[in-house]
Design a protein around this ligand. Sequence first.
Ligand code: GDD
Ligand code: MN
Length: 369
Amino acid sequence: MKAVVILPTYNERDNVQTLLDGVRNAWKKIPHHSLDIVVVDDLSPDKTADVVVEYHRKQKNVYLVSGKKEGLGKALLRGMRYAIDKLDADIIVQMDADLSHDPGSLPLFLRAIDDGGDFVVGSRYIDGGSIPNNWAIHRKIYSMAGNAIVRFGLGYLRVHDWTGGYRAYKREFASRIMSEMSLYEGYVFQIAFLDKAIHAGARVVEVPIQFSDRRFGHSKIAPYQYIRDILWYVGKERIQVLLAGSFGKFLVVGSIGFIINTVVLEGLVLFHFHPTIGSIVGAELAIISNFVLNNAWTFRSQAIDRGLRLRKFIQFNATSLGAVVIQAVSIAIGTAFFGVNAYRVFYIVGVAIGLVWNYTMYSRVIWKQ
Ligand code: GDD
Ligand code: MN
């Protein structure tokens, strides 16, 4: 199969030649896959491109793709597009071009593909993988914490290294998710790309890598922007996953009901009604809102037929009465012991217990499959 190794470079003049030699050398152990190399350079001021052009004279399978600087993610995308459209790649490999990624590990990546992997992740945080020993403690913590946020935030614990840039994957997955990737310009690209590949059904395999510090040039990462992008990405994905399930939607609908309930309760208290009365009226109005919204959104796939709606609404009132009773009892008991002013605390307690009751009733009784 045809493999294309993508090397993003920005001011890597002193690294790129050694790396190109290293990749070609490592490929002697991978004779059953043909090799092309694409250096994606963003018009580096240090003239990295000149080195590559010179190299290309002797090695025709080394290509240079130049463009303006739009971040690491955009550069990787540009490289992938070239690899697929121009070079007809079957397998795409990406690695940092600053010698932090050892080309000696390349056979490991290709073997994992041969063995049936779709997406091979070079991992510093599995057995045999490592980060530099001499990293200051804050840098170690920073890297591990970033990874942990992504790993646990996205909820795929099987993958241990989300942020790295040493990977190999089948063309199929790259071309399937590339169109969704243009949003992620910077280093967060690595995270989003892996996440989307998993969503697309890629079989992910990790291989250990030993990450070493660059010796020439310097890192282009912008830490604050990177942290912000990671939190934004993980947060956005979490919310989407939550909203895709019925419990998340139930919570949103319930929150709207809660607001209606609260406004009515507080309004009636303002007009000198007893809070117990206020909570009953408020809850009844919230019930109507809950029924309509849950039927139209949360449980849309089990939406109630027109003819059954009135009966179900009465049934819904009956089950929801359970929540009203729970809430009223909570307030009644609470205010009896702690005085009328304590009603707010016991209102919240009642709402929390009522929530569990409601979801159980809605999914098991009202909108039963
Ligand atoms: N073309 C292009 N355009 N290349 C870029 C750009 C860009 O805007 N920004 C960075 N690169 C290239 C660098 O020249 C290098 O070859 C590679 O991308 C990695 O960049 P570094 O600046 O060396 O990143 P790092 O070592 O700080 O970051 C490492 O950790 C990140 C988080 O774990 C790398 O392993 C990243 O790939 C990784 O995402
Ligand atoms: Mn680096």
